[in-house]
Design a protein around this ligand. Structure first.
Ligand SMILES: NC(=O)c1ccc[n+]([C@@H]2O[C@H](COP(=O)([O-])OP(=O)(O)OC[C@H]3O[C@@H](n4cnc5c(N)ncnc54)[C@H](OP(=O)(O)O)[C@@H]3O)[C@@H](O)[C@H]2O)c1
Length: 271
């Protein structure tokens, strides 16, 4: 069942991506999406580019919508939940996208009426290819989750996480990870250009290699962890690179970055 109106409180980067994804999926018309934000200029810009309706306040947004995404920064989530509490009613669904903030904290601020869950998507929602970690507590069984899957699957692939404590690591692996992948791409671009290749050509080749690698890895019979060894031939060109990365502790450095991202998600939850 398609919700009649879907609201976004906070109309920033992530909300933009999700709104674009919902509209291009055809699941929602722009007029079925309502946005509110403290920044009027941003509201106008999103309205002009994507067409959602503007609510004059978060409370008005909550009054109009069956489904509400809380899409402001983590520190704003509880104050926003307290602000919209008077509009909460049974049958409403509130989905927080904020890193860190627990379902219990959001529910405590909203009161008992709405259904509450949290997700960790990423910016690929804009092209309907987000990876979405979903946490819902035991108050929601699989049947109750079906409409939530139906909605979210319009903008990506949904993975249910059963232990909320793991959402911080999911934040590193899903929400933040596109930055890490394209950071690696920056190194590839810069290397290709340093070798005299045109930047556009290098960028296209890197994207093609990323897409091809994902497709190849998906059908490989080897688990993803050790799969890279399949590309390595003893004494070959790939090994020349992987041996250097190994010597320099590349994997450890990368893992440490993920651990810091996870730790930051936990800190944001405490704030
Ligand atoms: N960006 C990502 O890739 C990503 C991925 C996964 C999850 N998330 C989560 O998504 C949330 C939003 O991130 P973002 O990157 O989209 O941030 P953003 O671009 O800064 O957008 C947040 C928007 O919310 C507005 N806002 C602040 N206080 C508000 C209030 N009281 N009521 C309504 N709107 C308010 C902000 O306005 P001002 O700028 O004027 O404060 C801003 O326009 C965060 O909780 C983050 O953890 C983000």
């Amino acid at each position: 069942m398609t919700p009649e109106r879907v609201g976004f409180i906070g109309a920033g980067h992530l909300a933009n991506a999700m709104i674009r994804g919902f509209i291009t999926s055809g699941y929602l018309d722009p007029g079925e999406i309502v946005i509110s934000d403290v920044d009027d200029g941003r509201l106008r810009q999103v309205h002009e580019t994507l067409g959602p309706a503007i609510a004059p306040s978060n409370l008005a947004n909550a009054e109009r919508c069956d489904v509400l995404f809380l899409a402001a920064k983590p520190a704003q989530i509880v104050p926003i939940a307290e602000e919209i509490k008077p509009a909460m009613r049974a049958g409403q669904l509130v989905i927080s996208v904020a890193a860190g903030t627990s379902v219990d904290r959001v529910r405590a601020a909203l009161g008992p009426a709405p259904t509450v869950c949290r997700i960790m998507p990423n910016l690929a929602a804009g092209v309907r290819r987000s990876t979405i970690g979903l946490y819902a507590d035991d108050t929601l069984d699989e049947e109750a989750l079906q409409p939530i899957y139906a909605l979210l699957s319009q903008v990506g692939k949904v993975f249910r996480i059963h232990d909320e404590g793991q959402m911080a690591a999911i934040t590193a692996l899903s929400g933040s990870a596109p930055a890490y992948y394209v950071m690696m791409a920056e190194a590839l671009v810069s290397y290709g250009v340093s070798q005299g290749l045109p930047e556009q050509l290098v960028a296209e080749m890197i994207l093609s290699t990323m897409e091809g690698t994902a497709a190849w890895a998906r059908q490989a019979k080897v688990p993803l962890g050790p799969l890279w060894r399949r590309v390595v031939t003893a004494g070959g060109t790939t090994e020349a690179g992987t041996r250097y990365y190994d010597d320099k502790g590349f994997v450890d450095i990368f893992v440490e970055g993920l651990a810091r991202s996870t730790e930051r998600a936990r800190e944001l939850g405490d704030s």
